[in-house]
Design a protein around this ligand. Sequence first.
Ligand code: 3HC
Ligand code: NAI
Length: 705
Amino acid sequence: MSQAPDTQPVHLRLEDEVLVVCIDHPPVNALSQAVRAGLLKAVERAESDCAVRAVLLVGVGRAFIAGADIREFGKPPQPPSLPEVLHRMELLDKPVIAAIQGPALGGGLEVAMAAHHRVALAGARLGLPEVHLGLLPGAGGTQRAPRLMGAQAAAELMLSGQQLSARAALEAGLVDRLVEGEDPTAAGLACARELLASGARPRRTRDLPIPDAATAPAQLDQLAADTASKARGLFSPARIIECVRAALELPFEEGLRRERELFVECLNSPQREALVHAFFAERETAKIPEARAASPRPLARLAVIGGGTMGAGIAVAALDAGLAVTMIERDQESIARGQANVEKVYDALIAKGRLTAEAKAATLARFTPDTSYDAVADVDLVIEAVFEDLDIKKAVFRELDRVCRRGCVLATNTSYLDIDAIAAETRRPQDVIGLHFFSPAHIMRLLEIVVAARTAPDVVATAFELARRLKKVPVRAGVCDGFIGNRILAVYREAANHMLEDGASPYEIDAAVRAFGYPMGPFQVSDLAGGDIGWATRKRQAATRDPKARYVEIADRIAERGWFGQKSGRGWYRYPQGARIGQEDPEVLAIADAERAKKGITPRRFTQDEILRRYMAAMVNEGARVLEEGIALRPLDIDATFLFGYGFPRWRGGPMKWADMQGLDRVLADIREFAKEDPQFWRPAPLLERLVAEGRDFESLNRPA
Ligand code: 3HC
Ligand code: NAI
């Protein structure tokens, strides 16, 4: 993204009497300092050159302008500022036209709104997504959008961060006309010539009245109330509303000043830092060594083995991406159920009016259910999603090895099992890889790509290509019990169990975790997933468990009663009459008390702060081990895993970013403190100790791999 000093990201040329300003700053024409300086020069030329009678702004390539250069946030500001450039541009006494193709987002839309006329091509996407970065539009957007589209609609656009199509933007009043064709310059020039021929004067957005000025204040009150409950913990939404109020109540210039103050507050907030980290982490995870070293294999036909929860979800994800999918099940009854599981997803969309029966039929024309493995002989990639049982999986892979063509990628969706052992059942371990989807697989964005000891680089590249097609966030992981996510989860979940046994109630722990920003606490999650699953795992692990390690039995006592959570009406919480939100259960508290008494533990109180410090320290410490062992490539891969697969609040950036922002020395000091009670569980990770000793943070390890 860095611009060599002698390149010109903004080119000017005079076409007849129109100054064509081309913003040419790949990949997305972000408004870096050089672009802002180029735009200012263009304005100065238009001010001083009497040969110029109109100005046309166009973006070169796939975007108009994708907004401010996000990489500049957090660094000292470099003049000229965008508000200053746009102020000068809006005051030009010659018509300024923006011709928009592709994204015009954030500062990009603010440029367009400061122009006097806007034309949009069919592929244009307009929005003010700053809220996703912990910001608000800071170059006049909060003052100009209400004048073009009404204050309520502008507030909703900014609070949602939604992108509008060209047609929706036309209907909203954000653009003046929709034009045919692919060439923004031709469309913009036609508009400019028409305006010049009609003698049109600049029509400045700042001078327009706000169309819904009378009704908007009451609607903003409502939006503010909704935002307070919906945008729990977020910093910028309330400030967006404040800016829109300023647009309604103050003269334009004063509104701009208020916007600036609030923008700077957001810019300096920890949420902005965490959200920008999340933005880049989401894109960086795909940059892995194998993607550079090898090309993906062909990828058109896919098979899933098993049509249960995961197999069906994976099939839907692949069908939605346009792939052909064969599903294999054990027998006729199971395949009928697998097919029904797939159809159920589309039927639900039809019921909501989001899909037509014809579109469902067209999609399912690419779906082939079968009970014979011979049906997968020619596919490009197979994903096994049968029961979590090593022997069954080994048998499936022997069968796949027998039938699949050479070069076919053989993937397993196992959550915990040893992929090297599975690969060893085949004569082609180089073709075997883990593709760990999350439930529901057609919705959850995380895909852990687990690279086994002998996996070939082009198989890894194929898996990343599949993720790109499925619009997943791919994270490269190594083989270990639970890979990145479930391995770390097991440890902080255990920390929660220890707190429970020491005196915290499951409800206090859940409340603390929700207060941190998670949608649910760990005991609520267990009730949702089904307590029987964890119970079965614990029974399986009993034989190999370290007898010296602390083991909390309270969950077993709950499961033994058949209290498996929502599906059985009772778990850690009660769910009377199928309720989705659980009620606290005094009997659960009594069970916990009895278990403590049995072990001679005197319960103590935990503050919310202590619960979180323990929960997070366990997460970060295990994250450091996962890094050190090379299971995760970079800290940002762990952050992406938790952001996209485990409900970690995006505005906290992920566990490793959170730890950096706390200060690693503080996290390590906590671990050492907790280790006084249980030195076996709270062993500081050597990597964490080393980073603290060297005064470094996790970010320093986020180098491109
Ligand atoms: N600044 C810097 N880099 C940006 C960027 C931006 N605004 N937008 C995208 N990029 C980079 C990406 O990091 C990526 O870099 P990489 O190739 O090195 O990984 C590259 O551009 C391509 O981006 P995507 O992979 O996301 O490409 P897509 O085609 O999938 O999406 C997009 C393009 C829709 C423009 C998407 O990148 C996007 O949503 N960008 C962010 C838009 C945004 O949030 N703008 C508001 C910024 S804040 C602002 O404007 C403040 C103002 O009010 C003052
Ligand atoms: P499930 O029990 O819903 O489905 C498994 C399906 O496999 C059943 O329909 C069964 O009939 C079929 N099957 C069993 N043996 C077979 C064989 N030999 N040939 C063909 N089909 C066979 O299980 P679920 O939840 O879909 O899990 C599948 C795998 O995905 C497991 O390895 C699990 O650990 C993993 N996983 C599960 C997640 C979840 O949240 N449920 C999340 C991520 C991974």
